[in-house]
Design a binder for this molecule. Structure first.
Ligand code: ZN
Length: 350
């Protein structure tokens, strides 16, 4: 039996994952959801103190292990200040600019468990009043949350239960289109997570055996730099981050192929392991691109920085307009799923 990638099921799962707010630091609900999935598939898994989940499927060889990770934490924000006007100042969680969330609807998650809605706006948005609506800097001082409540003072907002330190998540606006495009916020890295979970499900259900014991690490702190950099089982020899390919001027990555990263801001990925991935893609006729990501780090590079002695590599679907309203195509998901399967069934690099 071989792996039949199910496009519909993956996109359904991706829609479910993007629908659960999970900015880095506020991933409890999504991790619970994933734990339930693991339990329903009867896959052995542990939860780390940092909240990550490591699922393990035993292979023919249980002495030498490999690990794959994807992250479910996303960009988000925290309430920094309640303004005298009742609007909220934000402190961003993760690496992005305010213009990427201008005009976006958001949820405010209060400590009491209440969720309120609002919209992220430039203070001087109204062109009928403000001359600098187009030119004003989109900064922490100028951007604010307009809460959908009649609360126009600091006290009134506090009465709603909102406090400094509450998490704010962004409306993902998930849409899977007839044309095969999938657009949503947080495809980084929920698209890869959906692919990884589908693979776990496959190996939990089928009689097909993995050649080596393989760990599937669902990380929840990648966007803030320390996702999959701990709790790596000592037998692990190869560590793969399944994460987005960066598309833009001068990049080879696109929305239709799997992107294999040769180098990012952290330096080159492991040469032998990266060549192995490229050879697998060629051998299995998987459409791929090799690329360098100029401003990028991954859980694999975080693991290396943390001192783990592993061979590391990075590949995943190409994500357009990353860290904003993102888009990819099912072609890219399909190619990524194919390379994932080919990789977990392949021999370790020497
Ligand atoms: Zn990512």
């Amino acid at each position: 039996m071989t792996y039949q990638w199910n496009s519909k099921e993956t996109i359904g799962l991706l829609g479910e994952l993007t629908g659960i707010p999970s900015p880095s630091g506020y991933t409890m609900e999504i991790m619970d959801t994933i734990k339930k999935m693991m339990a329903s598939w009867e896959v052995e898994h542990i939860t780390t103190n940092k909240g990550g989940i490591i699922a393990t499927i035993k292979g023919e060889n249980d002495e030498r292990h490999r690990l794959l990770t994807a992250h479910v934490d996303t960009l988000g924000a925290m309430v920094k200040e309640i303004k005298p006007s009742g609007r909220l100042k934000l402190s961003l969680v993760g690496g992005f600019k305010f213009n990427a969330i201008e005009g976006e609807n958001c949820l405010i998650h209060t400590a009491s468990g209440k969720t309120l809605t609002g919209t992220i706006l430039l203070h001087q948005t109204t062109v009928h009043v403000y001359k600098d609506a187009g030119t004003a800097e989109r900064s922490a001082d100028n951007m604010e949350v307009r809460i959908d409540e009649k609360a126009f003072s600091e006290d009134a907002v506090r009465e709603l239960g909102i406090e400094v330190g509450d998490f704010v998540s962004f409306d993902p606006r998930f849409a899977a289109l007839e044309s095969g495009f999938v657009k949503s916020r947080h495809l980084d890295d929920k698209a890869s997570t959906a692919l990884l979970l589908q693979l776990v499900k496959h190996f939990s259900e089928s009689s097909e055996k993995l050649p080596y014991t393989t760990h599937f690490y669902i990380s929840n702190n990648e966007e803030i730099g320390y996702g999959g950099n701990s709790n790596i089982p000592p037998q692990t020899e190869e560590y793969i981050a399944v994460d987005m390919g960066a598309i833009g001027d001068g990049q080879t990555s696109d929305e239709y192929t799997v992107s294999i990263c040769a180098k990012d801001s952290s330096g080159p990925y492991h040469y032998g392991l990266t060549r192995h991935l490229i050879a697998l893609a060629k051998d299995k006729n998987i459409d791929y691109k090799v690329d360098i990501y100029p401003y990028y780090g991954s859980d694999a590079s975080a693991a290396i920085s943390a001192g783990y002695d592993v061979k590391h590599a990075l590949f995943g679907p190409g994500i357009e307009a990353s860290h904003s309203y993102e888009r990819t195509h099912t072609d890219s998901l399909k190619a990524s799923a194919a390379l994932l399967y080919a990789y977990v069934m392949s021999p370790l690099v020497s």
